[in-house]
Design a binder for this molecule. Structure first.
Ligand SMILES: Nc1ncnc2c1ncn2[C@@H]1O[C@H](COP(=O)(O)OP(=O)(O)OP(=O)(O)O)[C@@H](O)[C@H]1O
Ligand SMILES: [Mg+2]
Length: 274
């Protein structure tokens, strides 16, 4: 879909000459941190056009009535710049449905958005991103013929992300495989943020990556806790619980655990007996 969209944008004049032009509107949907904003930036770079990012949640004004005016300005302004319009958090419009606002205000904003989209000429490119495509007004949904769903990364992608962000692609496969296994359900952004935080700690404390501490942050993160890797020695309690989890649920051998946690095999063995 990504390539199709790019090809259609690049060849829009030919499509127009055959009467085949349609709206060049792309909807990106998927959970937070799965690369939607990244894709929008990538598309703009590929097309060599500026990207104007509009965060709809901030356009939606607390002053009733101003939102529609703000939106109209955007649709007047962006096409003049040959820019790509990126409507981020487009589901913010749908959130107007909560009882804080009147239904009349919601309708007005949706209508302005639709009129804005319809006012653009065939060369205009609009990308919208949402975490909750289900919340979108069907009339808006229909105006985006191109759709890409982003997902949390699969095993192979997680391996690549760990390798890239944490180890700068200089590491054994076994290590990235283990991290990929443990980080199921995390987003690309989660993996990036644990990696960068770890590398910062390494630089500032002039130490090597402490894999045990990364694993501890990954496990905390998959459990929904905010995790800041310390890259310091783990406490005995942490080492025990990591040993038990990795040994029982992921069949990691005692020898490997000793390496990961920087301790002796005898110590690991005693952790597992307890
Ligand atoms: N599949 C991926 N490949 C490479 N990097 C990724 C991937 N997914 C996420 N990232 C990293 O995570 C960061 C955050 O992703 P991005 O901001 O694009 O997510 P998003 O889907 O727009 O999230 P949100 O819904 O919260 O706005 C990116 O800058 C990128 O570095
Ligand atoms: Mg985003």
């Amino acid at each position: 879909m990504f390539q199709t969209f790019l090809a259609d944008v690049v060849n829009i004049d030919e499509l127009i000459s055959h009467g085949l032009a349609g709206r060049l509107n792309l909807l990106l949907s998927g959970p937070p941190g799965t690369g939607k904003t990244l894709i929008a930036g990538h598309i703009a770079a590929q097309l060599n056009r500026p990207l104007y990012v509009v965060r709809l949640d901030s356009v939606i004004s607390s002053l009733l009535g101003d939102t529609a005016k703000n939106l109209r300005h955007i649709f007047d302004f962006v096409p003049k710049k040959n820019a790509i319009l990126f409507l981020d958090e487009v589901d913010a419009v749908a959130k107007l449905r909560d009882d804080r606002h009147e239904l009349g205000e919601l309708k007005r904003v949706v209508n302005t958005l639709i009129q804005g989209l319809d006012s653009l000429d065939d060369h205009a490119v609009v990308i919208a991103a949402t975490n909750h495509s289900g919340l979108l007004d069907p009339a808006i949904w229909r105006r985006f013929p191109y759709k890409i769903n982003s997902h949390t990364p699969d095993f192979e992608m997680r391996e690549n992300l760990w390798s890239h962000f944490l180890f700068l692609d200089n590491v054994e496969k076994n290590t990235t495989k283990l991290l990929a296994k443990l980080s199921e359900g995390l987003s690309g952004a989660d993996i990036e943020s644990i990696s960068i935080a770890t590398r910062r700690k390494c630089v500032l404390s002039k130490s090597e990556i402490n894999l045990g501490s990364v694993i501890s942050a990954v496990i905390a993160s998959t459990l929904g806790n905010t995790a800041t890797p310390t890259n310091g020695e783990l406490s005995t309690i942490e080492k025990k619980s990591i040993s038990c989890l990795l040994h029982r649920e992921h069949n990691i051998t005692q020898v490997d655990l000793a390496k990961i946690l920087n301790t002796s095999r005898q110590t690991i063995s005693s952790y597992l007996k307890e």
